[in-house]
Design a protein around this ligand. Structure first.
Ligand code: NOJ
Length: 772
């Protein structure tokens, strides 16, 4: 059936008891994106389709039927660059680009779709029930309608409803993405049965090198080979597993003389499995990594442009005790001449965990305290958790209760969990997960949300909505004037629209500093540029050297915040002796001097979906030696950063990629020897940073006490020439906090060109702002 530019390919029958009709839609979305959607043609009740993540319903383009024979349909994309071959039996879709097979679906026949059924009790006639084999079958069926997790019983009100499918990526053996795991940049084979899990969980003291999901997830997988980057975006918010299997397949050799010979071509099979929902998958065809980033942003939005202050340094702790403490820490920064923008109050600032209230003993005059900070051109950020204390005297609770806003348990009562608000009574010495009494310390899957959707359907979206509501609330509070800053630990595809993400409760050990780089790169590649890890490590106490190295790494990462746990010792930057204070001061100052460049990168992330922090391969897509590099990265296209993550390191091996590139020591303006792997001596004073020849980086000439103190500090340009003695770069500037850049076009966007010994500053018409 061919209707409205969408191919409806009807008639796939599944293996589950009776033959159930599934409806398959294959469509093209402008910009080299294909969408495959599979749902039951007439389900017993509507299946969950993820709302709010796509910024708009994508407009589909007409796919042309170029060939039709029984059971096979050949379709061409509008520009004829892509051909899709759809076969009916077995159902398979193959996508080719100019004769090259890029991606195929269901090649391994792993498509499955558990269709909705009436509850087992309704399905058996009395006679059938009497027969012993059918009573056994009924027991088995019932088993699928409920599941035990430790002492928890999960009752599936609508029965089992999982979906899954396999994809083969032809010629690819490097795959990335699907955060968040404490894993390597390059996704690993899961043939040992240990699949990547996408299920947002708070795992206190989580280990490193683990494929269990933590805190947030983005179901986007990227695959790269020298001439092409492709992606699979599996839009499903229920618990999801991803299996990866890279292998070599033997193909006849291309050249006529060698036809008898075989050549090994890599192939990566990726299998997605989700607990519920439908199959709704977007195939992002690139062909470059930057095309792919744009395609994903076209669907889910770009990074919100952060207010400038939020790119400064943040000082956080669980908890800064009271007003005096806040003032003393703030004064400490001035005393030690260390810039910072934001001091944070953790959940202890509240009246017994009634979020949005103050502990009146510790914070007698919060307004005055904020005024004090405001005068010093600094900000206060508070932390709240996404639950509300049960207390009829607490207005927020009683109002939400009266209006029926709370999530319900499976019996229709307001869902009550145990977390901080109830802790003093119940758990005097406990560790801090999210829903203390719940399977895997999270909300039960059979809890019921708005519109009768079970929690299992929406689990991975919970934090996404919390951040969305908070960001929208803040915009409203300022009557639409101020850009909000909202940080979240739990995220999903599209969270970039609402603010920043951090990697959660890491530990003050070297391994966690090291793994933070691939973790942040992975988050960045999946659309969320504004990300960071707790500097110093949240749990435990870093040795001074580790703390220093963490500051130096954090200064060159998008979100830069020192944070520590309740049980950790105090960790303000000046508590570790004179020399360490000096080095940390220098690292933070470098960050402030770098802000014009960083802010410009965020503007590019906001308007053109370019990740601020990028794996090397994104900038050097043809250089195979970069494909698995995860101990260094590019900040924009101009800076290569190699944090030091080993204790007492005397030297690090740095890969400076690209034989035709010139690299310069960023601090010494010194040209490096030829590119390749270089052994760079290091001292504790700083970490290796290199500027790429051919780039211009805007900087401030000095740091100030905070971003707002720096408005009048002048700019300088670092011009690093390439082999042709040329360089280009840019600077974006606006008021740093409002939406005037958008509504009134109040911004400055200069392009710098260095050519034939002349530096020109211009406004390039092609660079006009384009924000959808
Ligand atoms: C867990 C958060 O990850 C951490 O950053 C915070 O300090 C504690 N909860 C207390 O709010």
């Amino acid at each position: 059936l061919y209707k409205d530019g969408i191919i409806y390919f009807l008639g796939i029958y599944l293996f589950v008891c009776s033959q159930i009709l599934l409806q398959v839609e294959i469509s093209e979305i402008q910009g080299n994106i294909f969408r495959l959607k599979i749902d039951e043609a007439s389900p017993l009740r509507a299946r969950y389709k993820v709302p709010d993540v796509l910024i708009k319903e994508p407009t589909t383009q007409r796919l042309f039927v170029s060939q039709k024979e029984s059971g096979i349909l050949a379709l061409s994309s509008v520009n004829e660059d892509y051909k899709l071959k759809v076969t009916a039996n077995p159902f398979q879709v193959v996508i080719q680009s100019k004769g090259e097979t890029v991606l195929s679906m269901n090649s391994n026949g792993l498509l499955y779709f558990e269709h909705l059924q009436p509850p087992p009790g309704d399905r058996y006639t009395e006679n059938e029930e009497a027969a012993s084999d059918s009573s056994k079958r009924k027991q088995e069926d019932l088993g699928l309608w409920q599941e035990k997790f430790g002492t928890f019983l999960d009752i599936k009100a609508h029965g089992p409803s999982s979906v899954g499918m396999d994809f083969s990526l032809h010629g690819f053996d490097h795959v990335y993405g699907i955060p968040q795991h404490t894993e390597t940049l390059l996704l690993k084979n899961t043939s040992d049965g240990d699949a990547y899990r996408l299920y947002n969980l708070d795992i206190f003291g989580h280990k490193i090198h683990d494929k269990i999901g933590i805190y947030g997830s983005v179901p986007l997988l990227l695959a790269h080979k020298p001439n092409r980057t492709s992606g699979i975006f599996w839009l499903n918010s229920s618990e999801t597993l991803v299996d990866i299997n890279t292998k070599a397949v033997h193909m006849p050799s291309g050249s006529a003389a060698e036809t008898a010979k075989q050549r090994a071509v890599p192939l990566t099979d990726v299998r997605w499995m989700s607990e519920s929902g439908i199959i709704d998958v977007f195939l992002l065809m690139g062909p470059t990594a930057f095309d792919l980033f744009k395609q994903f942003a076209q669907l889910t939005g770009t990074q919100a442009l952060p207010p400038l202050f939020s790119l400064g340094y943040h000082q956080c702790r669980w908890n800064y005790e009271d007003e005096q403490d806040v003032k003393a820490v703030d004064a400490g920064f001035d005393e030690h001449d260390i810039p910072y923008d934001v001091i944070w109050l953790d959940i202890e600032h509240t009246d017994d965990k009634r979020y949005f209230t103050w502990d009146k003993k510790k914070f007698q005059n919060p307004r005055k305290m904020q005024e004090h900070l405001r005068k010093k051109k600094r900000k206060l950020v508070v932390i709240v958790d996404p639950h509300i204390k049960v207390d009829p005297m607490y207005t927020l609770y009683s109002e939400a209760k009266d209006k029926g806003y709370f999530v319900k348990d499976r019996n229709g009562q307001d869902f009550e969990g145990i977390c901080w608000p109830a802790i003093p009574l119940l758990y005097p010495n406990c560790t801090p997960p999210s829903v203390f009494k719940g399977a895997e310390l999270t909300m039960q899957k059979d809890a019921v949300h708005y519109n009768n959707w079970e929690h299992r359907e929406v689990h991975n979206l919970y934090g996404f909505y919390q951040q969305m509501a908070t960001a929208e609330g803040l915009i409203r509070r300022s009557s639409g004037k101020e850009r909000p800053f909202v940080l979240t630990r739990s995220f999903f595809a599209g969270s970039q629209k609402y603010g920043a993400v951090w990697t959660g409760d890491n530990t003050a050990e070297w391994g966690y500093l090291k793994i933070s780089i691939p973790m942040l790169l992975t988050i960045s590649m999946t659309g969320i540029s504004f990300c960071g890890a707790d500097v110093g490590g949240f749990i435990g106490d870093p040795e001074p050297e580790l703390l220093v190295r963490w500051y130096q790494a954090g200064a060159y990462q998008p979100f830069f915040r020192g944070h520590s746990n309740m049980e950790s010792k105090r960790r303000e930057p000046w508590l570790f002796g004179k020399r360490n204070t000096q080095i940390i001061r220098e690292a933070i100052r470098e960050r402030y001097v770098l802000l014009p460049y960083l802010y410009t990168l965020f503007y590019r992330a906001h308007t053109a979906a370019e990740p601020v922090m990028r794996p090397l391969w994104v900038e050097f897509p043809e250089k195979i030696e970069t494909f698995d590099v995860e101990n260094e990265y590019m900040l924009g296209n101009a800076l290569l950063v190699h944090p030091v993550t080993e204790k007492e390191a005397k030297a690090v091996s740095v890969l400076l990629p690209g034989s035709e590139e010139i690299w310069y020591d960023f601090r010494k303006f010194k040209r490096m020897e030829d590119p390749g792997i270089l052994k760079i001596p290091v001292t504790l004073e700083n970490i290796p940073v290199f500027q790429r020849g051919g780039t211009v980086i805007p900087l401030k000439t000095a740091a100030g006490k905070s971003t707002e103190w720096m408005i009048d500090i002048s700019y300088e340009l670092h011009v690093a020439l390439d082999t042709e003695a040329c360089a280009i770069g840019e600077l974006y500037l606006d008021d740093g906090h409002s939406f005037q850049y958008l509504h009134k076009k109040q911004f400055l966007y200069r392009k710098f060109t260095f050519h034939k010994n002349i530096l020109t500053s211009s406004v390039d018409a092609d660079w006009e702002i384009c924000i959808s």
